[in-house]
Design a protein around this ligand. Structure first.
Ligand code: C5P
Length: 262
């Protein structure tokens, strides 16, 4: 049995630079991994992977990014790897935290260690990019600046003075990444700062409940307050779990999860 964890991310800023010919958008974003994790337990074998998901309803297993990570690696191998995997989900789904992508990145890493580091970091990043825009970040994690679709990565540090802890505020609804990008009007951009998110206004337009929530909570923020990814997760940096914002957020039906940067 091989046990490993998949830690999710927040975007400390997210700039959209323009729409590309392939339908994706060019980004400039600062990813920061945090200690909100899923647990994975893998019993390697040569039969096709069977996946059990605990703690969440995730839709068809065949679409799962863990299964797709195995399929992607097996395209490179003469003898395919598989076996049984159990994932215990704690990362909220549909929230802009990259939970599925984190599972995929961690799984690629685990398979590669099992194979005696057969693939280089660059090869793993290439496999990851085939699985989704956010997956390459999770090959190394930590804090990285992502450009292109998010797959052109460099190690980075958070802006000076950024608190390295806070709370996630998880609304009782998610937002579809594809729908936000579909409705986005790309505007001129300035130098990104902590908490900037070019998807925020569009997310508010797509999901009026997020606009109402933000209007109520923003005045209570004691530190930076911003949306992660395409939402609906909001981030409150430097805030203790028992602050007014957290209490009000819970009353409004949100889940509040404390975190630290990894
Ligand atoms: O790559 P991923 O499956 O995470 O992206 C989901 C959707 O978000 C894409 O189908 C695309 O419409 C949009 N997207 C985008 N530009 C990006 C990342 C995602 O337009 N850089």
């Amino acid at each position: 049995m091989i046990g490993f964890q998949a830690a999710c991310k927040i975007n400390l800023y997210l700039r959209v630079l323009g729409k590309r010919d392939d339908g994706f958008h060019d980004l400039d974003t600062l990813f920061q991994q945090i200690n909100v994790v899923d647990d994975l337990l893998w019993n390697p074998g040569d039969e096709p992977l069977s996946l059990e998901v605990k703690g969440a309803q995730l839709g068809p297993v065949g679409d799962n990014l863990i299964v797709r990570a195995f399929q992607r690696v097996n395209r490179e191998l003469d003898t395919p790897v598989g076996g049984q995997m159990v994932v215990t989900k704690r990362i909220p789904i549909g929230g802009g935290l990259g939970g599925g992508s984190a599972n995929a990145g961690a799984t690629l890493g685990a398979i590669n260690r099992y194979l005696g580091d057969r693939f280089s970091r660059d090869e793993l990043v290439r496999f990851a990019a085939d699985l989704g825009s956010d997956v390459p970040f999770f090959i190394e994690g930590g804090c990285q600046r992502g450009r292109g679709r998010g797959e052109r990565l460099e190690i980075a540090v958070p802006p000076h003075g950024t608190p390295n802890f806070g709370c996630l505020v998880l609304p009782p609804f998610g937002i579809s990444t594809a729908e936000v990008f579909r409705n986005l009007v790309v505007e001129a951009h300035s130098k990104p700062e902590l908490g900037d998110n070019d998807l925020f206004e569009t997310a508010l337009a797509v999901e009026p409940r997020l606009r109402a929530l933000d209007a109520e909570l923003r005045p209570l923020a004691v530190g930076p307050w911003f949306m992660s990814g395409s939402g609906s997760t909001m981030v409150h940096l430097g805030a203790p779990l028992d602050c007014d914002l957290s209490t009000t957020a819970r009353r409004l039906g949100c889940m509040v999860v404390p975190f630290q940067f990894l």
